[in-house]
Ligand binder design. Structure first.
Ligand code: GAF
Length: 413
């Protein structure tokens, strides 16, 4: 009997029923339909997206469900099972950056971004329910945005989202790329979180059974088969329950540091440094010539080395040598902890304890400053590693973590 707490994904029919029931109970009529979108874990490629770099997320089986009905009066009424504040009302005409606070900004922001891009989107009622843990670094915000985006796409016949086939693949990746960009606008401009585009791409463009190799320079993607079970392995997610947020200053500071470094180096983005045939030594040397460039050099070293690790990770998957990704995960964590300084005690404890309990490799995932870690473990070791992590947290007096096993699920639909 395990003492570890597990966060299980809802069955799709159950999630849809929950959102539908909340809608009917709140608004007194049936919705036009229910749409859903997944959270994500990023396998590797952290803080690379806003540097035109590479990232490798998978969509989680944990999803956010949105029951939605069109309105004709330009009003948005919102309710969420995760928000005790009751029904919120926002006239779309008043929905401008800065005017809408809290979780509603992510929902209304998607409608605002679609309208700003020239799409004829009107008011709607929406009821949200979700099994994507909130504030756990598993992209609950992107799941919320993407679920609303595909709902509005369908209800207004925008023709961008296409469908999802029986194999869990989106039928119109280009249209989804457009929707992902608009969801990023919603998050950046309406919600005020200066994030990159990885999370929205994962939620809208991932494919079941595959990792999504995302090239953030041109938005192109490649689906890389990712079936750990076939190799006797599993991906354990540790939600440290140290809540994180990207609306606060640290994330923005890291992004600003990268932009400052790129300016000093005279490159359009740090991707150019990562791709430089000479390596990144010249850039680190140039930056450390000034004392105030020493910190920038460490930030740059994380980004360039992390982009290299994404390439090596994909090469290992392509070669069927899945165990070879474990040291890359360890190196990624060390780089994020020491050079990029976005880890925290809880994440370090989770990673160290997972390894001590038998994980082959482990790292923080997502933006950091709290949130979740992932560990590559043998299928028979999942419980033991979770127990080991739970014990380490208890021994340090930390809040009990929650666990999940991640398999690559289908995208929003
Ligand atoms: C967060 C952001 F939303 C992403 O855009 C990405 O930068 C990530 O942190 C770090 O890789 O999830």
């Amino acid at each position: 009997m395990t003492s570890a707490t597990w966060t299980h994904a809802w069955d799709r029919a159950d999630g849809e029923r929950r959102a539908r029931d909340l809608f009917t109970g709140t608004f007194g009529a049936a919705p036009d339909g229910v749409w859903s979108a997944p959270g994500r874990v990023n396998l590797i490629g952290e803080h690379t997206d806003y540097n035109d770099g590479l990232a490798l997320p998978i969509a989680l089986p944990h999803r956010t469900y949105a029951a939605v009905a069109r309105r004709t009066d330009g009003l948005v009424r919102l309710v969420s099972a995760q928000e005790p504040s009751g029904v919120r009302e926002v006239p779309l005409a008043e929905a401008v950056p800065g005017a809408v606070r809290g979780w509603a900004a992510y929902v209304v922001g998607v409608a605002w971004a679609l309208r700003a891009a020239g799409h004829d989107v009107g008011g709607f009622d929406v009821a949200i329910d979700s099994c994507v843990p909130f504030g756990a670094g598993l992209s609950s915000s992107a799941a919320l945005e993407a679920s609303v985006a595909v709902a509005l796409d369908a209800l207004h016949g925008l023709g961008l989202a296409g469908g999802v086939d029986d194999a869990g693949a989106a039928t119109d990746d280009a249209g989804r790329g457009v929707l992902a960009t608009l969801c990023v606008r919603a998050e950046n401009e309406m919600a005020g979180a200066p994030t990159g585009g990885m999370d929205q791409a994962a939620s809208l463009r991932a494919r079941a059974g595959n990792a999504l190799l995302l090239d953030c320079r041109d938005g192109s993607v490649r689906h890389v088969p990712f079936d750990l079970a076939a190799h006797g392995l599993a991906l354990l997610v540790v939600d440290t329950r140290a809540e994180h947020s990207h609306v606060d200053g640290e994330y923005a500071q890291r992004r600003a540091a990268c932009e400052a470094a790129a300016r000093r180096l005279g490159v359009a983005s740090l991707r150019e440094v990562a791709d430089d045939a000479r390596g990144d030594g010249w850039a680190l040397e140039a930056l450390t010539a000034d004392e105030d460039g020493v910190l920038l050099a460490r930030r740059v070293r994380h980004v360039t080395s992390e982009i290299g690790r994404v390439t090596a990770f994909v090469e290992a998957l392509d070669a069927g040598d899945v165990r070879a990704v474990a040291p890359l995960m360890d190196a990624s964590h060390a780089s994020l902890r020491d050079d990029y300084e976005v880890s925290c005690d809880e994440l370090d404890v989770a990673v160290d304890a997972a390894r001590a309990a038998g994980a082959l490799g482990a790292r923080m995932t997502g933006g950091g400053f709290g949130g979740s870690a992932i560990a590559l473990v043998g299928v028979d070791e999942v419980e033991a590693v979770a127990e080991g992590v739970a014990r380490a947290f208890a021994a340090r007096g930390l809040r009990s973590p929650a666990f999940a096993v991640a398999v690559a699920g289908p995208p929003a639909g």
